[in-house]
Design a protein around this ligand. Structure first.
Ligand SMILES: Nc1ncnc2c1ncn2[C@@H]1O[C@H](COP(=O)(O)OP(=O)(O)OP(=O)(O)O)[C@@H](O)[C@H]1O
Length: 336
C-alpha cells in the first residue's frame, strides 16, 4: 500500500498504562495499523498485550500518551467507536444456561445492523451446536462463540485477544481462514497470540512486546531478517571443523557442533552458503543433511526475548551497582 494512501485506523503514540499499585505494565509504546491490515501483538506472559488491547478497546484510559481508533479516543468517545468495533476478550463470560443460538440472538438485540444468527453460526462453525447450552460447549467451542459475537455487528475493526487458544488444529485453521476472509473484505484486525506460526501465517505487521515496551516490530519477514540464518550439515567422514575455511571469512557469526552435525549461524546467508558449497565442491565431498534456512519467527522471538531479558537484568544490575556506589560507604560499613 502506498504510504500516502494509508488510512491509519489505529494510532497509538507513546502510550503508558499504570495499574492501581503503581505498576507500569505498558511503558511508552507507539504503533499504527492501516485499514484492512492485520497487526499482531506478540510477547511473553505478562509483556503487556492484554493491557494494551484493553486500552484500544476503551476499557481503560492510558496514564499517558494518545490513542485513536477510527479517529476517536476509544475511552472518552466510546459511543462513537464501540459500534464500529468487534471485541473478542480472553474470557468471554456468557450466561451458561442459554443455548448458543439464544446467546447470539441476545447479543444481536443489543447490536445495530447485526448479521443474522444463522450467518454467524455458519461463519464460526457452530451451526450444528446451535441448540446446545453454553455450559456444555468445549473450551474451543466457547472461543468460536466469542468470535461469532465479535463479528455480529460487521465491525470495521476487530480486536482478537488470543483467538485460537484452546482450539484444536482444525479449529485453528478454520479461524485463520475466517480472519483472512474478513481482512480481504477490508476489516482491520488487531490480534494477540502466543502462537508464532499464527502470526507468521496471518500478520501483515507485528510488534513483539517485552516488559511493556516494543522490542521489535515490522513485517514478519523484516523481524526475522534481523536474526541470523542457519546452515546445518554433517561433516564428511575424515573431516574436522578446522578443515573448513575460517568461519569468520565465511561470514559465520556463531556455530555449534553435536557429534558430526555442524550448525552455522550467519547474517549473510547467500555468501556463507555459496562459500561452503564451493569448499565442498573443491574438496570433492557431499554435505549430507544440508539444511539452509532463514530464522523462523519463533527463533527471532526467542532471541529477542533472551536479548531483552539479558538487557533488563544488566540494567537492574547496573542500577544496583550504582546504588551500591552511591551508598558505598554504608555497604562497606555494613561489611566491616
Ligand atoms: N489489574 C491489574 N493490576 C495490577 N497488575 C496487573 C493487572 N492486570 C495485569 N497486570 C500486570 O500487568 C502486566 C501485563 O499484563 P498483561 O495481562 O497485559 O500481559 P499479557 O502480555 O497479556 O500476558 P499473557 O500473555 O499472560 O496474557 C503483568 O505483569 C500483569 O501481572
Amino acid at each position: 500500500m502506498n504510504t500516502d494512501e494509508r488510512e491509519e485506523v489505529i494510532d497509538v503514540t507513546d502510550v503508558r498504562r499504570v495499574y492501581g499499585g503503581g505498576f507500569e505494565a505498558v511503558r511508552g509504546i507507539t504503533f499504527s495499523v492501516g485499514r484492512g491490515e492485520l497487526f499482531a501483538l506478540l510477547g511473553t506472559n505478562g509483556a503487556g498485550k492484554t493491557s494494551t488491547v484493553e486500552l484500544l478497546e476503551g476499557l481503560a484510559a492510558p496514564a499517558a500518551g494518545r490513542i485513536r481508533v477510527l479517529g476517536h479516543d476509544p475511552h472518552t468517545e466510546r459511543a462513537a467507536v464501540r459500534p464500529r468495533t468487534g471485541v473478542m476478550l480472553q474470557e468471554g463470560g456468557f450466561p451458561n444456561e442459554l443455548t448458543v443460538a439464544e446467546t447470539i440472538r441476545l447479543w444481536a438485540g443489543c447490536t445495530s445492523g447485526a448479521r443474522p444468527a444463522t450467518e454467524v453460526l455458519d461463519m464460526v462453525g457452530l451451526t450444528r451446536r446451535s441448540t446446545i447450552r453454553v455450559k456444555q460447549l468445549s473450551g474451543g467451542e466457547k472461543r468460536r462463540l466469542d468470535l461469532g459475537l465479535a463479528l455480529l455487528g460487521r465491525p470495521e475493526v476487530l480486536f482478537l485477544d488470543e483467538p485460537t487458544t484452546g482450539l484444536d488444529a482444525e479449529g485453528r485453521r478454520d479461524t485463520w481462514d475466517l480472519v483472512r476472509a474478513l481482512r480481504e473484505e477490508g476489516t482491520t484486525v488487531l490480534m494477540t497470540t502466543h502462537y508464532l506460526e499464527e502470526a507468521e501465517a496471518l500478520a501483515d505487521r507485528l510488534a513483539i512486546l517485552h516488559e511493556g515496551r516494543i522490542a521489535a516490530s515490522g513485517t514478519p519477514a523484516e523481524v526475522t531478517a534481523a536474526q541470523p540464518s542457519r546452515i546445518s550439515f554433517e561433516l564428511p567422514e575424515g573431516f574436522f571443523l578446522g578443515d573448513l575455511p575460517p568461519l569468520a571469512e565465511l561470514g559465520v557469526t556463531g556455530h555449534e557442533t553435536s557429534g558430526r552435525t555442524v550448525l552455522l549461524r550467519t547474517e549473510e546467508l547467500q555468501r556463507t552458503a555459496t562459500a561452503l558449497l564451493l569448499w565442498a565442491d573443491r574438496a570433492g565431498v557431499a554435505l549430507r543433511g544440508l539444511d539452509v534456512r532463514s530464522a523462523s519467527l519463533e527463533e527471532a522471538f526467542l532471541r529477542i526475548a533472551e536479548r531483552e531479558t539479558a538487557r533488563s537484568r544488566g540494567e537492574s544490575a547496573g542500577h544496583e551497582a550504582a546504588d551500591t556506589r552511591s551508598n558505598g560507604t554504608s555497604t562497606e560499613r555494613a561489611a566491616a
